[in-house]
Design a protein around this ligand. Structure first.
Ligand code: GLA
Length: 396
């Protein structure tokens, strides 16, 4: 293992010193409330200790140069403030580029350009919002470098715009919100319609969150994701034969049961059912957490997974194997897939003294059934994106 000083790398790469502060933006896990954000529902995500670091310095000629220590083979990617268009060959650099573009369009003065170095320790492509993390790391770094007058929620919305308009993924607001607004030892109970939120203390004494990465490549995620979103819109349209709802989550489960006959297609009915029940489950889970009913909380987490498996159909063999195996282990409060699904990660809440055996056993069964290894990470819940003045020492 090599310890690398990002400031040294910066100097070697760009032949000048970075400004003496760095930005950090975490990844996120979602505890419950899946595929509800784009349906005006509740979510309960939290920022995790993994994230993206960014350091930089301003330029004066309008050029932007970016490099990521995670993609050294891509070299230094260069573009200009005058041409901030999406380019497939720019790969990961489209995330910072999109941030430059929409900050610029919102009237923020970034004209001189900048040289930025990124390094992230979020497992890549695992559904832990590494993209939102790069967006927000860029956003908070530029806010400091250029002294921009921006509320944090503005940055969050600009990050979502990069995803939706620059990258063409119709994702909701959850990821950028969690990455931008997270708070240590708390989850964010967010209503994605009004953007009203409260911090829910994660009072899980004696338990830890374990992220279980199926290591399944998330192929076709964006097309399947966009398809689910369209199905929700189609279900809403059918329900609206007799109402005027803006979002599926305006209905309670009881109201849905009375009106579900309006949705003719059984697949669309299943999609709507998941969304509406999941919205209710999320508020319920927050109450159970506040009342210290940990087993009730865990039960709702398990129910969420089953609904994502049977009604929303976004789990797949790998996620189901890892979650169902996790449920059978001693000391497990609950487990479910997290994020968009179709591979990627699941989470489990595990009693501390059982973590070692939990990982050993779950790993073994997963390999036997799926044929390759899963990875496990014990995470702590950290703060949302911030700028810091000390130089980080990164373990690589
Ligand atoms: C992805 C999207 C989020 C959300 C989740 C599913 O992570 O980026 O907006 O829709 O999937 O809950």
């Amino acid at each position: 293992m090599m310890t690398e000083n990002l400031y040294e790398s910066y100097k070697l790469l760009f032949n000048k010193e970075a400004d003496p502060f760095y930005a950090f933006a975490p990844g996120r896990m979602n505890i419950i409330g899946e595929h509800t954000d784009y349906n005006g529902g509740n979510v309960l995500p939290a920022a995790i200790s993994f994230g993206t670091y960014a350091l930089g310095s301003k330029r004066e000629d309008g050029v932007i140069r970016v490099h990521s220590l995670n993609f050294p083979e891509d070299g230094v990617i260069t573009f200009h403030m005058d041409v901030l268009d999406y380019k497939q060959e720019d790969g990961w650099a489209n995330y910072p580029k999109g941030m430059f573009r929409y900050l610029h369009e919102a009237g923020h003065f970034l004209h001189g350009g900048a040289d930025i170095l990124f390094y992230g320790d979020i497992p890549n492509g695992a559904g832990l919002s590494s993209s939102a993390s790069i967006e927000l790391a860029t956003g908070v770094l530029l806010t400091s470098l250029f002294h921009l007058d921006l509320e944090r929620q503005d940055l969050v919305l600009i990050g979502q715009r990069v995803e939706n308009e620059f990258l063409g993924i119709s994702s909701g607001i959850m990821d950028q919100f969690a990455v931008g607004m997270g708070k240590a030892n708390h989850a964010i109970h967010l209503n994605c319609d009004s953007l009203e939120f409260e911090y829910a203390p994660l009072m899980l004494d004696g338990y830890s969150f374990i992220i279980m990465n199926t290591n399944k490549r998330r192929t076709l995620v964006s097309s399947s994701y966009n398809e689910r979103r369209q199905q929700c819109e189609a279900a809403l349209k059918q329900l609206n034969k007799e109402s005027n709802l803006s979002y599926l989550c305006e209905l309670t489960p009881g109201q849905f049961e009375k009106r579900k006959h309006l949705i003719v297609d059984p697949i669309l009915r299943k999609r709507a059912k998941h969304v509406i029940y999941e919205h209710g489950r999320t508020a319920e889970a927050v109450k159970k957490l506040a009342n210290g009913d940990l087993s009730g909380f865990g039960q709702l987490i398990n129910e969420s997974h089953e609904s994502l498996k049977y009604e929303y159909e976004v789990t797949g063999e790998e996620l189901d194997t890892i979650v169902h195996t996790a449920w059978k282990q001693e000391g497990v409060l609950g487990a479910r897939m997290t994020g968009a699904g179709f591979g990627g990660c699941a989470i489990a809440i595990v009693k501390n003294e059982h973590i070692f055996a939990f990982i050993e056993n779950t790993k073994k069964v997963y390999k036997e059934v799926i044929g390759y290894d899963a990875s496990f990470y014990q995470v702590t819940i950290g703060d949302g994106a911030y700028v810091c003045n000390k130089k980080p020492m990164i373990q690589k």
